[in-house]
Design a protein around this ligand. Structure first.
Ligand code: CP
Ligand code: NVA
Length: 306
């Protein structure tokens, strides 16, 4: 193996399709090793630092467990217990943290924060969710689609609900992989055009129409982290946007349902859908572990001939 020049994963469009195809292939191999209890320790003595400025269950667990499984160590930092919460400049944090570890994951608010951190980092930085992007989740979701249905290229994916970090990462994925998004967001909660750099989508006012013929129906919470003050107002505006059995019936007969979790049954998704036969939400969650192990391996070791 050879060590590649430092590369970050700050948004989905940072990788080419060829790089994603490599990472997805590795994720499948790494997943098989894990399921077979095969010891695979390519990252002995390597350390991942995880910086969390927002809550997490899946992201923390998958990165921390994943790094241990690869033979390395993971350190958890949050805003409250570190100097980040007391106003240490993010540029200084990037300089200091990156001198003590081999790779960094950050979950924070504005994308500008992770961009400034990465510009000052001597090691690769991975976006574990910002207000604008959640690329690791969409990578896990594309891998999950691939496992269930094969390539996502040329397919139609419906996005029902908020124009949030997940949608912007899905839009970038549509451009990279060559699929189409049908997007239905409520009035007043439309996409921010400055975050959209693809034409591979169609806007729908009616969420049921957006599901027509889709191979995958996708939704997410109506109130993302950091927007809690808008919750009551959002509950009213999003009325009618629940993904229920009637909307799933408009999709292709073999359509999958995805949700990055955590979910709110009775709000953005009906229990019959998320707990029903078309739902692959637990696979999406598990696959965070496998794709992120492949991502870390790629960022630290480059391509492995295997
Ligand atoms: N889907 C996801 O990123 O979950 P957590 O907020 O629990 O990390
Ligand atoms: N859009 C959600 C995703 C949570 C994993 C949020 O940002 O809170």
């Amino acid at each position: 193996t050879s060590t590649p020049p430092i590369k970050h994963f700050l948004q989905f469009s940072d990788f080419t399709r060829d790089e994603f195809e490599y990472v997805i292939k590795r994720a499948a191999i790494i997943k098989r090793k894990f399921k077979a209890y095969e010891v695979y320790h390519p990252l002995v003595d390597r350390t991942l630092v995880m910086v969390f400025e927002k809550s997490s269950t899946r992201t923390r667990l998958s990165f921390e467990a994943g790094m241990h499984q690869l033979g390395g160590a993971a350190i958890y930092l949050n805003t409250r217990d570190s100097q980040l919460g007391r106003g240490e400049p993010v540029e200084d944090a990037g300089q200091v943290i990156s001198r003590m570890c081999d790779i960094i994951m950050i979950r924070t608010f504005g994308q500008d924060i992770i961009d400034r951190f990465a510009a000052n980092s001597r090691v690769p930085v991975i976006n574990g969710l910002t207000n604008e992007h959640h690329p690791c989740q969409v990578l896990a979701d594309v891998f999950t689609f691939h496992e269930h249905r094969g390539s996502i290229a040329g397919k139609t994916v419906a996005w029902i609900g908020d124009a949030n970090n997940m949608l912007y990462s899905w839009l970038q994925a549509a451009e990279v992989f060559g699929f189409h998004l049908n997007v239905a967001t409520p009035a007043g909660y439309e996409m921010d055009p400055s975050l959209v750099s693809t034409t591979r989508y169609t806007r729908f006012d009616n969420p049921s129409d957006a599901c027509e013929g889709a191979h995958l129906v996708n939704t997410d919470v109506w109130t993302s982290m950091g927007y809690e003050k808008e919750n009551a107002e959002r509950m009213k505006a999003f009325d009618g946007f629940i993904v229920d059995e009637a909307k799933m019936a408009r999709a292709a007969s073999d359509a999958l349902f995805m949700h990055c979790l955590p979910a709110h049954r009775g709000e953005e998704v009906a229990a019959e859908v998320i707990d029903g036969p078309q739902s692959v939400v637990w696979d999406e969650a598990e696959n965070r572990l496998h794709v992120q192990k492949a991502l870390i391996e790629y960022l630290l070791l480059g391509r492995i001939e295997d």
